[in-house]
Design a protein around this ligand. Structure first.
Ligand code: GRF
Length: 205
């Protein structure tokens, strides 16, 4: 049995993806443990979720730092301080730089609520509706220097229904996020993910 991985989670909002990963760890589905949760938003409910679980909840105010790189240096210091093996971005609303990526090669994940490469950037659910897409979904990927461009680990599709609202589609996608993100983290913890060019190869169990 591999030793459990230490997971650091970066959040800005409600933290439902964080919760799904904490729950999967607690249920023994992921051979890992969330060891710290860091947010750039002081009152992010995700921090409250961490506190309720007895997990260090850290507010790092990006206004206290000169720029992205110095903020990322502070993130790395906090993550390394908790001996994090995998950085999970879960609703984290900041662009990160190589200052954060370089110390965690192929060990920073993000989830995006569309089927990348479709609809990168902000409000992807709204983009899908406005485009007239009939199917959308969510994507877990390794983070690279681009925005929503890293190698894809897992995806799930959901239908776009007639008269769908942004809220209804977002809720439908979010259900799938809560399924595939823990699954992606589980695969990482099992050492079954390798990146070959653009492709993420998932080794058999
Ligand atoms: C989710 O749609 C996620 O894809 C996006 O932020 C939304 C809220 O996530 N990144 P959470 O509830 O804060 O995990």
């Amino acid at each position: 049995m591999k030793s459990e991985i230490k997971i650091g989670v970066l959040v800005s909002g409600g933290g439902t993806n964080l919760q799904s990963i904490m729950d999967a760890c607690a249920a023994g589905e992921i051979n890992g443990r969330v060891v710290c949760v860091i947010s750039n938003v002081a009152d992010a409910f995700a921090l409250e979720r961490a506190r309720q679980a007895g997990i260090p909840a850290i507010f790092l105010n990006h206004r206290d730092y000169a720029g992205r790189r110095s903020y990322d240096e502070a993130l790395v210091e906090a993550l390394k301080g908790h001996e994090v093996d995998l950085v999970v971005m879960a609703g984290f609303m900041r662009i990160i730089t190589e200052v954060l990526l370089d110390p965690f090669p192929q060990a920073v994940m993000n989830i995006h609520p569309s089927l990348l490469p479709a609809f990168p950037g902000l409000y992807p659910q709204r983009q899908a509706l406005e485009y007239g897409a009939k199917v959308s979904g969510c994507t877990v990927h390794f983070v690279d220097a681009g925005t929503d461009t890293g190698p894809i680990i897992a995806q799930a599709a959901v239908p776009v229904l007639e008269n769908d609202t942004e809220e209804a589609l977002s809720a439908r996608i979010l259900m799938e996020e809560h399924r595939i993100y823990p699954e992606a983290v589980k695969l990482f913890a099992q050492g079954r993910l390798t990146v070959e060019g653009r492709r993420v190869v998932v080794a058999p169990e």
